[in-house]
Design a protein around this ligand. Structure first.
Ligand SMILES: *Cc1c(COP(=O)(O)O)cnc(C)c1O
Length: 951
């Protein structure tokens, strides 16, 4: 077409960013699917009986620049002051090399949880560094790869203590010096499990009455105590001792392991992860080797690959709730991988000397601050401290806090007559001087030569830490940058290829959406700052909640849960509180279909419910007759049902309203798992089809990246009758709270808000429609080669589809794992494996993938089918073939070659690129070896050189 300068055509910027297939590509796809257009496909696919009446309308969609302008206005309503509020949150300095190369790098933040180890070696190494760092600092042998936040980690440690303690006591002791949010979340967790909580001074601890106890180190008001005697007394009574410790302080003072602690927990926020108005940040949990099998969350371990080379993987995966369902020990799925990676790099960046110097500097500043106040006549507590002091000020409390506020400093009121002050890495002399002025002291702060300190010297740390070479590398930024790049290059994330994981919704995380996360107005806010400093946050959160209510048809929201599973737990606890308020506390049965995600039954048992499993009909739907029978049998004990919509089988069940009605008829509440909302937004409202409560995975449907296994956000929406029972503010210290902070991982909420603003109602709806189109296109292209296990009555699937690989086990000895590993050779991350049906792959392309990428994937799958056929027909060996030997690495290009297929076929199957070939860094990882020889901290350097020498 000839181009003339005046030939103006309107150009739609917005939809070209997020929606993968171009209009021309879509036209081709309609032809393949034999439908007239998208309307026709959606009409065939989504049952009329559940469609929402009115289209979603959020006004005009914003362009990227309009959204960022709006975001600037909102951010400007947050006031960033110096917050010396402590209580588990501290200012920190994120090294720019980490901010740019990790936090703001899609190679790190768009990765998935490292379940496919061969294409996740980079983040597995970074997480192993994290585990090593935690193990060293706490003085305990084993540490996990992160938990959601400190309060959740405390609650997990409590239930873990109950599992491993020999004591049969029913009570748990909580040090009254624990942070209020830790106490709150432990109380919440204890109640449905029948654990009696005793909060008090450790001096009054009666060890024989408890199965365990937790102590805060330092205490919330700065007190530092050696818990060695208490823990010894607990051990004498067969009970477990837990210490919640600040990892930075552990560089100076006696570590929990040296006190005899069995478990240590805490937050690594101050290791370079901004406070972010409460989250995200990585919590840690470490324990003795003997208890490792009872640990919650993920654990990275060292194993070997098919060539005997060292390879990392997730160890003891059978502990995960996906597999253990109601027998799970925890529901933690999404955790805080990206933040754990950041914290580990902070330790790599600073090394042990650097961390120690930071801790010493913070302490010296605190001691200087205290000395001048003491000299002015104020009473300072405690006698020995690290970074937190409490000043007795009598009736002056309000006046001093106000005076500090005028100086731009937030101080923490403690009781009615005291003020708490916590210093951090970012505190500088002007802030210290401002605090003095607020107390009426005029002085200049100089880092004088004296080594004045107030640390308890009898508790000085004696053991070494961070001795591994990784914490002693050359720290020139060139080296740091290249180490980060090297690890990132080992991994396959969304910045390289489609990650078609069913149920996980790995869609575009647009750059424009990510930018505000680093803005100081969002990242530098302390969650306990006065509300008038956080007006921007509240405007954003309120508007996001209103829009999510409009999308789901619910009446109220809670932003507290910081993962999907945490949302399930919060939602079920809300149902529990509702029944209790109605005088029906005996309702404790929860009906859950066989096909539910493993977190569903795990959360139900944590909420004190009994799980009754409902059968699946041959077409994949819930067996309504079985459901009805079980609801009737439960009768007045029915608390809830927990269903997923569209079902995890990837179809829109027509019977969903009936299932909800049956539940309601027996007085139960309907929990709908909203993880599949990507098939619904703009078309169906969960609140209208019968749901009372749902969680939404903002890190699936609403564009928050997965971060290699977290962060996430799992807010819950509820109908009005449940609203009074939503979780309260955790800082009040009361039962009911589920996270460390009132809005969970607040600083990633701008991502979802930006996504909604830029899509608008019609853009969001279009995304849903194209997600359904893409899934149906894949199902169609694979037709004939693979069987799609479940389809709706018109032969269509929802936004994902399950293909059956079980027949090939018999016909060719090929398993679902072989296919997953072979896809790596083609440069793809495998779809979800063996869930919800063993021996299948669940494929979810999302709307963000172009037709070209879908075709590349389908070509790879069809080529794999031909390889299977070659085995079936005896043209290829059953044991020595490209599938069994997958993935192939650069090692397969050199050396001896004894295989009945070419190196070319092995390394460059259809779908793979030639120039831009992704090379998995290791061959297939040996799972059994890794679990038999469990190593969960960085192996000593000799083992590296050995492996190299062996080559
Ligand atoms: C992802 C998912 C969950 C759990 O969400 P997390 O954020 O990982 O805790 C629950 N149910 C379903 C169906 C899911 O796909």
């Amino acid at each position: 077409m000839p181009f003339t300068p005046t030939d103006y055509r309107p150009y739609d910027f917005a939809n070209r960013r997020h929606i993968g297939p171009s209009p021309a590509e879509m036209a081709d796809m309609f032809a393949t699917l034999n439908v007239a257009d998208l309307d026709a496909l959606i009409d065939e696919t989504v049952p009329k009986s559940i469609r929402q009446a009115e289209p979603l309308d959020f006004g005009k969609a914003r362009s990227e620049r309009e959204m960022l302008f709006q975001m600037r206005l909102t951010a400007a309503k947050n006031t960033v002051l110096r917050s010396l509020l402590g209580q588990g949150y501290h200012g920190t300095v994120t090294p720019p090399v980490i901010q740019r190369n990790i936090l703001e790098n899609p190679a790190w933040y768009t990765a998935y949880t490292p379940y496919q180890p061969e294409i996740s070696q980079g983040r597995l190494e970074a997480l192993l560094n994290y585990q090593t760092m935690i193990s060293d600092l706490t003085g305990l042998e084993v540490a996990g790869a992160s938990l959601l936040d400190e309060a959740t980690a405390c609650a997990e440690a409590m239930t873990m203590a109950q599992r491993v303690a020999k004591s049969k006591a029913r009570a748990f002791f909580i040090d009254a010096a624990c942070h209020p949010q830790n106490i709150a979340v432990m109380k919440t967790r204890a109640e449905p499990l029948g654990i009696e909580v005793i909060v008090g001074d450790p001096a009054g601890l009666e060890p024989e009455k408890v199965f365990g106890a937790i102590f805060q180190y330092p205490g919330t008001n700065g007190e530092i105590r050696d818990f060695t005697p208490e823990i010894a007394a607990l051990h004498a009574a067969n009970a477990i001792g837990i210490v919640a410790a600040d990892p930075l302080m552990l560089t100076l003072l006696k570590e929990p392991g040296a006190m005899g602690a069995d478990i240590a927990v805490g937050s690594t926020q101050r290791f370079g992860v901004p406070m972010a108005y409460g989250g995200p940040h990585a919590a840690y949990l470490a324990c003795h080797d003997s208890h490792k099998r009872a640990m919650p969350g993920r654990l990275v371990g060292v194993s070997i690959d098919a060539r005997g080379n060292k390879a990392y993987r997730l160890a003891l995966q059978t502990r995960e709730q996906h597999i253990r369902r109601e027998k799970a020990t925890s529901n933690v799925c999404t955790a805080q991988a990206l933040l754990a990676v950041m914290a580990s790099f902070y330790a790599v960046f600073h090394g042990p000397e650097g961390l120690k110097a930071i801790a010493q500097r913070i302490h010296r500043k605190t001691a200087r601050l205290a000395a001048k106040l003491e000299a002015a006549g104020y009473l300072i507590e405690p006698e020995h401290y690290f970074d937190t002091i409490t000043v007795e000020v009598g009736h002056l409390q309000k006046g001093i806090i106000l005076a500090a506020l005028k100086e731009g400093v937030n101080l923490r009121p403690v009781g009615k007559t005291k003020i708490g002050i916590t210093l951090d890495e970012a505190t500088r002399s002007p802030t210290i001087e401002a605090v003095w002025r607020a107390f009426g002291v005029i002085a200049e702060d100089r880092d004088f030569e004296s080594d004045y300190h107030c640390l308890p010297l009898d508790m000085a740390r004696e053991s070494a830490y961070l001795t591994h070479p990784v914490f002693h590398m050359n720290r020139a930024e060139t080296e740091m940058m290249r180490y980060m790049r090297k690890l990132a290059d080992r991994d396959l994330a969304l910045d390289r290829a489609m990650i078609p994981l069913g149920s996980c919704t790995m869609k575009l995380n647009a750059a424009a959406e990510m930018i505000p996360v680093s803005w100081r107005e969002f990242s530098m806010m302390h969650p306990l700052c006065p509300p008038d400093q956080a007006e921007g946050y509240h405007e954003l959160i309120d508007d996001l909640m209103a829009k999510l209510c409009a999308i789901t048809g619910y009446d109220a929201m809670s932003m507290q849960p910081n993962s999907g599973a945490q949302g399930e737990y919060a939602g079920l606890m809300t149902i529990r509180a509702y029944h209790k308020a109605n005088g029906e506390a005996e309702r404790d049965i929860c009906l859950i279909p066989m096909s539910a995600h493993g977190t569903n039954p795990a959360s139900a048992q944590m909420a004190g419910m009994k799980v009754v499993v409902v059968k699946t009909a041959p077409n994949g739907d819930i067996d309504v007759a079985d459901f009805r029978a079980r609801a009737e049998a439960a009768g007045s004990k029915l608390a809830a049902c927990m269903i997923t919509y569209p079902s995890t089988h990837g179809v829109f069940e027509e019977t969903v309203r009936e299932v909800c009605e049956i539940t309601h008829a027996h007085g139960g509440q309907v929990y709908i798992d909203g993880a599949n909302l990507n098939a619904l937004v703009g078309l169906v409202k969960l609140g209208e089809i019968g749901g009372d409560v749902s969680h939404l995975n903002l890190h699936k449907t609403f564009a928050i990246p997965h971060g290699g296994g977290g962060p996430g956000m799992g807010p819950i929406g509820v109908k009005a009758h449940l609203a009074p029972h939503l979780p309260p503010n955790p800082f009040k210290g009361e039962a009911g709270a589920v996270s460390s902070a009132p809005y969970g991982s607040a600083s990633i909420l701008p991502i979802s808000w930006a996504y909604i603003l830029m899509m608008g109602g019609s853009g969001l709806t279009q995304a849903t429609r194209v997600a359904i189109l893409n899934a149906n296109y894949i199902a169609k292209r694979l037709e004939g080669a693979f069987e799609v296990l479940y389809k709706g009555p018109t032969g269509r699937v929802a936004h994902e589809c399950i293909i059956d690989l079980r027949p090939f086990d018999d016909s060719a000895g090929v398993t679902v794992e072989d296919v997953a590993k072979r896809l790596m050779d083609a440069g793809f991350h495998a779809p979800t494996m063996s869930w919800p049906v063993a021996g299948t792959l669940m494929i979810e392309p999302t709307e963000s993938e172009t037709k070209a990428e879908l075709d590349r994937f389908c070509d790879a799958m069809l080529a794999i089918r031909e390889e299977i056929r070659a085995i079936e027909e005896g043209r290829m060996d059953r044991a020595n073939n490209p599938l069994k030997n997958a993935p192939h690495t650069t090692e397969d290009l050199v050396g001896e070659w004894d295989r009945p297929y070419s190196r070319e076929q092995g390394c460059f199957p259809p779908g793979s690129f030639r120039v831009d070939k992704y090379w998995p860094p290791v061959n297939r990882v040996d799972n059994v070896y890794g679990d038999r020889n469990l190593v969960c901290i960085c192996p000593p350097l000799e083992s590296y050189t050995e492996a190299e020498a062996a080559e």
